[in-house]
Design a protein around this ligand. Sequence first.
Ligand code: SAH
Ligand code: SF4
Ligand code: F3S
Length: 441
Amino acid sequence: MIYKPKAFIRTFGCQMNVNDSEYIAGQLVKLGYLLTEDIFESNLILLNTCCVRAKVEQKIYSLIGKIKKIKENNSDVILGICGCMAQKEKENIFERVPYVDFIFNPSQVNNLEEIINTVKYGNTKYISCGDVPKFSLNHLPVKRESKISAWIQIMRGCNNYCSYCVVPYTRGPEQSRGVSEILSEVKNLAKNRYKEIYLLGQNVNSYGNDLSQPANFSKLLELLNDIKGIERIRFTTSHPKDFSFDLIKTIKNCHKVCNHIHLPIQSGSSKIIKMMNRNYDIDYYKSIIKEIRNNIDNIAISTDVMVGFPGETEDDFMDTLRTFKEIEFDEAYTFIYSDRENAIASLLPEQVPLQLKKERLWKLIDLQKKISAKINKKLEGEIFEVLVDKKSKKHIENQFSGRTRTNKTVVFISKRNLLGQLVKVKIIKSSPWTLYGELIE
Ligand code: SAH
Ligand code: SF4
Ligand code: F3S
């Protein structure tokens, strides 16, 4: 039997990183590696990192600390750090943890073959944190985790410079992927029986602004909507300042585009949103929500929100609670503001004490839980189309789960293996996060 070296990849952060790891995995397999989930048997360890909040960065440094033992026991093991924290920290990583062998940033994912060969046959530490001139994933091997739903990066980077955010510094300026490259990838996925595509970008609404041939996000959705075999199209993230009426019309008219929109609000106080450099106010945000709800039937809306941004008073936080009660999001990802060195909000005075931030977070989570429970309760008795994407790994036999077009998780029992199929499920019970139903045969 031919000996194959083993590679272990651990991914932190957003879907963008998850998809980058799929490209990393694809290239490692091409290089002859076997992928393993057991870090102790691996020859190559790669951590694809995130640094959006301080906590995740601490967690990663602590994991690197634990890997020291593995390296001490086997000096042949190679340890690489990539992703956003690699770009933010660069050589600092070598200083803090000298046993790291190589570092590369998110734009170097395309060059992994070259990087690994240099690292394997060179004797020095290696760092590759330059920018690529053009964002393309053409011909890059990819090993996708799902055979049903595929992440598709349509752009990289961000030009928005929200005052709290590190992403523009880690992922660089916005770069859109060419329309024809995206279309040919999705056609290929359709041929391979993928049912759903999930378009990724930090701000998908500005897709195409940097392309030499004119393109925009609505047009891209229309073109993707025509691809046979693909049943569902999702996308994230949208920025309220660029959410156009044209896009609302497109979502309404393109039947494959799912009726779920993720529209981060970040705060319910216009004063705080201004300090965040987000370029909208609450009235404007609410007007978009109204427009969306008036035009698209049964639309689900989710959001991201932060508490404890510097200068957030009790009144500002009350504004957030009030706005949440008024809008009634289906779901919210709630975060405690975290200082990031590069981001200018870290220079603002009036930091909110951690204990107060935690109290605000719990109040907001508690409110959102009640809202989500109320919304989901109303769905009991209704029938939904569900794309089945998971079989329960727990002990419940024949349990499957999937998502509605509104992105709600539905759990149900089936004796037949329905993975990858679109089925009808009647909801019989609900919780704030999950719907439970009966399969309609
Ligand atoms: N591009 C997307 C998401 C970026 S990061 C957008 O614009 O919405 C995902 C979420 O992390 C953000 O929406 C924000 O709510 C949160 N986040 C970003 N920086 C943060 C920070 N410094 N502290 C706490 N949460 C942060
Ligand atoms: Fe960060 Fe703002 Fe860009 Fe989102 S839009 S990635 S929050 S700078
Ligand atoms: Fe984290 Fe980078 Fe994504 S900082 S959230 S992995 S863009």
